[in-house]
Design a protein around this ligand. Structure first.
Ligand code: IMP
Ligand code: MG
Length: 181
């Protein structure tokens, strides 16, 4: 646990995406979704924990009714490298077949988590299924996967902030920064 402020800040190498840039992109994304799903039953499915801030900011800006649900998957152990195996640790309990589902994710890295989640949710036959991600790291892909909408494409760097963590820390930063030792 990091409790010392100096230790906390020492791992913030540089800011990649500012709070202002994020706000603008989330605004535009909410506008697009509000137009696209007007008059349709919409369920936003957020993948915990990383996407919790993105989902929260996005839903506040939506101008149409929408419902939210959560799933959690673990593919990362401690640190910055992927374990390769995706386990669903928390699932949606309700029937999604009467909804247009939009998955709201923080980042697509290897692509393993989302390809697994998309496979599972498609099997439950929603009215439609799309994926929106805040960040995309295409250089790191191990399995083929493309989001329907990606707000920012970033290089192969481990990032923190705006929901994303390093060993459970830094999720509360209002911007996206590169993590450095
Ligand atoms: P995947 O490799 O595409 O399956 O991504 C799995 C998960 O790893 C993402 O949903 C994030 O929660 C996490 N992750 C991937 N890259 C980063 C990063 O740069 N910083 C923090 N978390 C990350
Ligand atoms: Mg995630």
């Amino acid at each position: 646990m990091l409790t010392d402020k100096n230790e906390f800040c020492s791992h913030i190498k540089n800011v990649l995406i500012s709070e202002e840039e994020i706000n603008k992109a989330v605004d535009a994304c909410a506008k697009d979704l509000s137009l696209e799903y007007e008059g349709k039953p919409l369920l936003l499915v957020s993948i915990l924990k990383g996407a919790f801030i993105f989902l929260s900011d996005l839903t506040k800006r939506m101008t149409i009714p929408c419902e939210v649900a959560f799933m959690a998957a673990s593919s990362y152990y401690e640190g910055t490298s992927s374990s390769g195996e995706v386990t669903i640790t928390y699932d949606i309990s309700r029937d999604i077949s009467q909804y247009h589902v939009v998955i709201v994710e923080d980042i697509i890295d290897t692509g393993r988590t989302l390809s697994e989640i998309v496979k599972i949710l498609k099997g439950r036959e929603p009215l439609s299924l799309k994926v929106v991600t805040l960040l995309d790291k295409p250089e790191r892909r191990v399995v083929e996967f493309e989001a329907d909408k990606s707000l920012f494409t970033i290089p192969d760097k481990f990032v923190i902030g705006y929901g994303l963590d390093y060993s459970e820390c830094y999720r509360n930063l209002p911007y996206i920064a590169e993590y450095g030792e």
